[in-house]
Write a protein that binds this ligand. Sequence first.
Ligand SMILES: NC(=O)c1ccc[n+]([C@@H]2O[C@H](COP(=O)([O-])OP(=O)(O)OC[C@H]3O[C@@H](n4cnc5c(N)ncnc54)[C@H](O)[C@@H]3O)[C@@H](O)[C@H]2O)c1
Length: 247
Amino acid sequence: MSYDAQGRVALITGGANGIGAAVARRLAAAGGHVVLADVDTERGTALAAELDGVFVRCDVREPADSAAAVAAAVGRFGGLDLAFLNAGVASGFGLGDDFDPDAYRRAMAINLDGVVYGVHAALPALRARGGGDIVATASMAGLTATPFDPVYGANKAAVVGLARALGPAHEPEGIRVNALCPSFADTDIIVPIKDHLERTEFPILEVSAVVDTFFAILAGRGAGEAWFVVPGRESAPFAFRGVPGPR
Ligand SMILES: NC(=O)c1ccc[n+]([C@@H]2O[C@H](COP(=O)([O-])OP(=O)(O)OC[C@H]3O[C@@H](n4cnc5c(N)ncnc54)[C@H](O)[C@@H]3O)[C@@H](O)[C@H]2O)c1
């Protein structure tokens, strides 16, 4: 089964670059309408024009910006079928001498609050359509230990936890919430560590592989799943071990 994007309206945060832009291109090529919500006005405007979509200047740290982005989708295309909550930044500091509380708040606000506000803004519009999809970009950093960027690991694990909780919460009303968990993929976000990855021969994903998994999530039937994207492996929902219940 594949996802039929024809005529569907998609909001994509972080849609001006990288994974969000690649998903926008694939959706538009399949007949979907895209609303790109990003702080990068220059690239977002250019891509929206190229894809016959809409660009909305949106800082996902601001709840009102997410609401305005959803309103733009409804206003321009008549509704919303899909929210790809994908805007994100790396942190690049630890909790020792290099710790900076302002940088910490910024990282948590973009990577976690941004998803929370995006879900909150999208739910009524998806409900009005009788259902739809929310995909949040987490990371493999949310599934494994990331000593090189603990704050990123923490906010991405939170996105995984959020999607796992929201999946069963909204599945009964036809809204599927899932998380996308890529390993390192070839976008601007890895520029600071790309040399190191290449030197240590750590394989880097093509962005198209991440887009393939995004569409596999949409084509699936699951909710509350966290799909890994890892070089050389077929993507699938990560199988969490059962936690011990009371006895
Ligand atoms: N590339 C990777 O290796 C990788 C791996 C795992 C997860 N991810 C996640 O994928 C998502 C997309 O990242 P990418 O790899 O495409 O990187 P990217 O830097 O190319 O794209 C990130 C986008 O988010 C936007 N953005 C940043 N702050 C924002 C804000 N406050 N409000 C709205 N938009 C904002 C940027 O302008 C940019 O367009 C992120 O959540 C990232 O954490 C990336």
